[in-house]
Design a protein around this ligand. Sequence first.
Ligand SMILES: Nc1ncnc2c1ncn2[C@@H]1O[C@H](COP(=O)(O)OP(=O)(O)O)[C@@H](O)[C@H]1O
Ligand SMILES: [Mg+2]
Length: 163
Amino acid sequence: MEGHSPPVPPLAAHGHLALSESELVDWGERFGRAARPPLVVAIAGELGAGKTTLARAICRGYGVPDEVTSPTFTLVHEYRGTRSPVYHLDLYRLKGQDDLANIGWDDIISSEALVLIEWPERAAELLPSDHVPILLQHLPDDPDRRLLYAGGHVGERKFGDHA
Ligand SMILES: Nc1ncnc2c1ncn2[C@@H]1O[C@H](COP(=O)(O)OP(=O)(O)O)[C@@H](O)[C@H]1O
Ligand SMILES: [Mg+2]
């Protein structure tokens, strides 16, 4: 278990952190450095909430040397990290479970890899229950910060709820 505990700031597990983009990137890089496979990370949040920004930072911390771009149209990009492959998924355009089968979902989530999933709620009950949940939300009064929720309490919140 030790290798799986992410560096979740205590505040985030209880409520929220309001992070600037550079703070979010720092947090993501630390998370990536601490991550050990197999690990599935579900990154929820509306368009523009910072999911891809965070996924890119996690990849950098995990040792992915390549440029990480949004897999919006292909649903999945695969990278080579120093510790394992990395799968970065964006399920926004998922039409149904056939799409998941076509990208090899079962193999991906059961692989010895780091798996980062944007729009994880689209996978519904196919999302493995032992994922690390992260939620990013816009702040109505601050366009430069995002609320970060990470860890156990995210699962009790409805995706898209306001703080
Ligand atoms: N605190 C912040 N954290 C993350 N992104 C931010 C923040 N403040 C502003 N942004 C901007 O919001 C956008 C987030 O885009 P992106 O990461 O692609 O979101 P998503 O993948 O959730 O649609 C980027 O243009 C980024 O520069
Ligand atoms: Mg995105």
